[in-house]
Design a protein around this ligand. Structure first.
Ligand code: NAD
Ligand code: UFG
Length: 354
């Protein structure tokens, strides 16, 4: 239930954060955004304000800036934190791992200490299916349940798992702290208004943003990273989830945290997968995009990308049963909404570079 207090959204100018801020305002919550804008634009927050006819407090602050963060907690009475802020490119994390540990892990520690100082109880963390690594190394772990042993394969994945562990330890030691770990599968699409969406800097790493840039003429052709995997057409399987469904999952997690208390002197801690429960191959997604938009995507099959795993499909039952949340939108909806965002904002939030 929305209260008079505020919800701090770290990384709220980013892709998933901005969509979640929008859903928060629509549901009657009062978000405050903190973001250092290293991978985003303040324009996203402004547009969320425009869509909801509201003014969203925004602070251009790095999470590691202890005094800057403290000032936000001092000014606003914060009841819940949705923690999206962090670096997220798997490949980049292998090149600059220390930056990843510093921003993701150190940033989270500063945030948790500040929450403790101000007695803020609720924490929702953006984790990732990447913490599971290759789940096919075990029998019967596809679709992947939360009990699947973890085994991330990149520095980025390690930071996510380490943060989960820090949160588990912190909740065990603090009866006031309630933690929801949300392990996202593959978010895609954009808000149906076409006003907010994903705006990757440089060459997109992820499949759908790359496909959209090919479709709009910013890139020549899509490279398919391997067609020799064990799947029906040889390309890897992912659980693609519409970003608006994913955003709503955060409200379901907040409601859950409101309804629970810690026990035996300990706080509360639980993990949930946020996915659809259905897997699609790369070719299936590309064809869905072509069908939704009427645009043919030129492509070539090249070698495997290092670190890719064959199948990341969620077992989504826990979130369904315990959070009373499930996805409502389809891949076709996501492709249509991505296309609207891309055609109406072909250069994202900025203008065309000179
Ligand atoms: P994003 O890059 O669009 O958003 C992250 C935001 O955090 C950006 O606005 C960035 O400027 C900000 N940020 C980064 N480091 C910061 C710091 N030290 N202090 C303050 N702000 C900082 O990424 P996204 O796709 O919206 O992802 C949000 C979260 O979800 C991330 O934690 C990511 O790891 C996680 N996640 C994303 C995916 C995905 O495929 N997009 C999948 C699983 C998990
Ligand atoms: N792919 C291509 N060509 C491209 C880009 C991707 O063929 O240009 C393929 C990949 O090989 C993979 C699939 O498309 O098989 C999906 O790749 P993405 O890069 O879009 O997504 P990943 O599954 O590799 O990773 C994403 C996020 C991670 C997150 C994970 C959770 O980038 O941060 O989803 O499932 F952890």
């Amino acid at each position: 239930m929305p209260s008079d207090k505020y919800v701090l959204v770290t990384g709220g100018a980013g892709y998933i954060g901005s969509h979640t801020v929008l859903e928060l305002v629509k549901a009657g919550y009062k978000p405050v955004v903190v973001d250092n804008l290293c991978n985003s634009s303040e324009e996203a927050v402004r547009r969320v304000g425009e869509l909801t006819d509201s003014k969203i407090p925004f602070f251009k602050t790095d999470l590691r800036d202890k005094e800057g963060l403290d000032a936000v907690f001092k000014e606003y009475s914060i009841e819940s934190v949705l923690h999206f802020a962090g670096l997220k490119a798997v490949g980049e994390s292998t090149k600059i791992p220390l930056e990843y540990y510093d921003s993701n892990v150190s940033g989270t520690i500063v945030l948790l200490k500040t929450m403790q100082k101000y007695n803020t109880p609720n924490f929702v963390f953006s984790s990732s299916a990447t913490v599971y690594g290759d789940a096919t190394r075990f029998e019967n772990m596809i679709p992947i349940p939360e009990e699947c042993p973890t085994g991330p394969t990149s520095p980025y994945g390690h930071t996510k798992l380490i943060i989960e562990e820090i949160l588990g330890d912190a909740a065990a030691a603090d009866s006031n702290l309630k933690v929801a770990i949300l392990r996202y599968f593959n978010p895609i699409g954009a808000h149906p208004s076409g006003r907010i969406g994903e705006d990757p800097q440089g060459i997109p790493n992820n499949l759908l943003p790359f496909v959209a840039q090919v479709a709009v003429g910013r890139r020549q052709k899509l490279q398919i990273f391997g067609n020799d995997y064990e799947s029906k057409d040889g390309t890897p399987i992912r659980d693609y989830i519409h970003v608006v469904d994913l955003a709503k999952g955060h409200l379901a997690a907040m409601a859950k945290l409101d309804s629970v208390t810690g026990q035996d002197g300990q706080g509360y801690f639980r993990e949930w997968n946020l996915g659809t429960g259905n897997g699609s191959t790369v070719f299936e997604i590309v064809h869905a995009f072509e069908k939704a938009t009427g645009v043919k995507i030129p492509l070539e099959v090249v070698g495997r990308r290092k670190g890719d795993v064959v199948n990341l499909t969620a077992k989504a039952d826990r979130a369904h049963n315990e959070l009373h949340w499930q996805t409502q939108l389809t891949i076709e909806d996501a492709c249509r909404d991505l296309w609207k965002w891309t055609t109406e904002n072909p250069w994202g939030y900025g203008g065309k570079p000179e």
